[in-house]
Design a protein around this ligand. Structure first.
Ligand code: ATP
Ligand code: ZN
Length: 479
């Protein structure tokens, strides 16, 4: 087996050699649950879902950890906003922990809708304060951290004490931005970042914990180091997250962990960003599209295909029209499986029988675009074999289509009973709707508006929504 991944830390493609033979341990940064997810967040989780599926397919015992950051400046700010509105009578007050819990649920629903497996562990930051204290103490003892000198109750990482600081992003300390998380007067160097944040007077008491350095809450970077260490050990295989997190978040995670004597991750994998008109899709910019927005337009199967079809390291610029293309592409895959069933060919969902070329390109830094090309070629070959009634030729091809769809996480979202789009009932309904649409078009050409309107009403009464576009009319059933 020659699995290879691009490691952002060394900027090279390296062979994957597990730290623990036969195992793969993966940590990837999950959401700060300050608001509802956008499709950038979902793409990130989807990339690491496919990675975990592939590692498992290759016979490794996989442990995945995706954290939930449920205490953070932005969560407190958003909760405070609801508190202030309470006085004007507009909204009920929502404490920070209720807000975080609510949005964690919305993230969970989006992941589940798109067939993103739950990680082995999904730790919340607030549940790991003792582990964070232990790590801070280790760093203080080793001379790499110190309590703030201004009485704020903060504890900082001392970047000048750690010569390797900057190794992940290959920067010199002199060239780095200041860490903006505290008053620089209490720091030895403006780039020193907070491991622990002393409680400020206007912050709710419930958002702070006792510690040897006074009441406060953890810094964001520290959370991930502490939780990765707890669930995966001091040395594990892969650390993932979006490219936006390389600096400072991942640089700081690496510094804290290695300065405390832990080897940390062998590989750093970063997913490319989802952009909107060239700009990072981000809550703070406000240019977001939610998974719910997309699920109103298309089936979960199509949304998963759309968000997962590009190479994980490439940028995905959101364009609404590409969702239709994704729907058409993935429904061709689904249709051949439905047709195979209709022809009496059973489907083995657990098949490992996928083409060698698919395996080779997935092994090579998870090249999903090339893997999808193999999938579509196999679909074409399977369709030809089915069309000529050559079941012996069709059987292995159909099994390969099912196997590839399975490992990409698509099979679980397909409707092989044929009730959904692309299925037998859909096709039957399509024949009838197309006939009515043709009658309506003819009535319009004849300026017979009464007949055209009657057909439109008849379709609407049956729950069929028609959208007229430049390429003709498309229809869907109102849910
Ligand atoms: N536009 C995006 N495209 C791809 N991945 C993203 C995008 N935005 C965030 N992510 C990734 O999603 C995961 C969870 O992110 P986190 O909650 O820290 O979001 P964030 O970067 O604060 O988002 P926002 O900028 O919208 O507030 C991280 O791995 C992050 O890198
Ligand atoms: Zn993290």
């Amino acid at each position: 087996m020659t699995l290879r991944f691009y490691d952002t830390a060394s900027a090279t493609i390296k062979d994957f050699v597990p730290v623990h033979p036969g195992e793969a341990r993966l940590y990837y940064c999950g959401a700060t649950v300050q608001g509802a997810p956008h499709i950038g967040h979902v793409r990130s989780a989807l990339v690491f879902d496919v990675l975990a599926r592939w590692l498992r397919f290759r016979g490794l015992e996989v442990t995945t950890v995706r954290n939930v950051t449920d205490i953070d400046d932005k969560i407190l700010v958003n909760s405070r906003a609801s508190y202030e509105q309470d006085y004007s009578g507009d909204h009920a007050r929502e404490p920070w922990w209720a807000l975080a819990y609510r949005f964690e649920g919305v993230f969970g629903q989006a992941y589940a809708a798109l067939g993103i497996d739950r990680p082995t562990y999904e730790p919340r930051a607030t549940g790991h304060v003792p582990e964070m204290h232990a790590l801070i103490q280790e760093l203080i003892d080793a001379g790499h951290a110190y309590p703030a000198t201004d009485g704020s109750g903060d504890v900082y990482f001392d970047v000048r004490s750690w010569p390797r600081y900057g190794e992940l992003t290959r920067q010199r300390v002199e060239d780095m931005q200041d860490a903006p998380d505290a008053d620089p007067r209490g720091k030895r160097d403006p780039r020193d970042f907070a491991l622990w944040k002393g409680r400020k007077e206007d912050e709710p008491l419930s958002a702070s914990w006792d510690s040897p350095w006074g009441r406060g809450r953890p810094g964001w970077h520290l959370e991930c180091s502490a939780m990765a260490g707890k669930y995966l050990g001091a040395h594990f295989d892969i650390h993932g997250g979006g490219l936006d997190l390389r600096f400072p978040h991942h640089e700081n995670e690496l510094a804290q962990s290695t300065a405390a004597g832990r080897e940390f991750a062998n590989f750093w994998l970063h997913n490319g960003l989802v952009t909107y008109e060239g700009e990072k899709m981000s809550k703070s910019i406000g240019n977001t599209v939610s998974p719910q927005d997309m699920l109103r337009e298309a089936r979960p199967l199509a949304v998963r295909y759309y968000l997962g079809q590009a190479h994980y390291r490439s940028v995905l610029d959101y364009r609404p029209t590409s969702l239709q293309e994704a729907t058409a592409a993935v429904e061709r895959v689904e249709a051949v499986l439905v047709a195979a069933r209709a022809a009496g060919l059973g489907l083995d969902r657990d098949t490992q029988d996928v083409p060698a070329e698919f395996v080779a390109v997935m092994d090579d830094d998870l090249n999903v675009p090339r893997a999808l090309a193999v999938l579509h070629e196999t679909v074409r070959a399977a369709n030809s074999a089915l069309a000529t009634g050559d079941h012996d030729a069709a059987r292995p091809l159909v099994a390969a289509v099912a196997g590839m769809s399975d490992v990409l996480g698509l099979l679980q979202l397909m409707d092989l009973e044929g009730a959904g789009a692309g299925g037998a009932e859909h096709r039957a309904l399509d024949v009838l709707v197309q006939d009515l649409l043709a009658q309506r078009a003819a009535a319009r050409t004849a300026r017979d508006w009464a007949s055209a309107d009657r057909i439109r009403d008849q379709l609407a009464a049956a729950g069929v929504v028609v959208k007229d576009g430049a390429q003709g009319s498309a229809w869907s059933v109102e849910s």
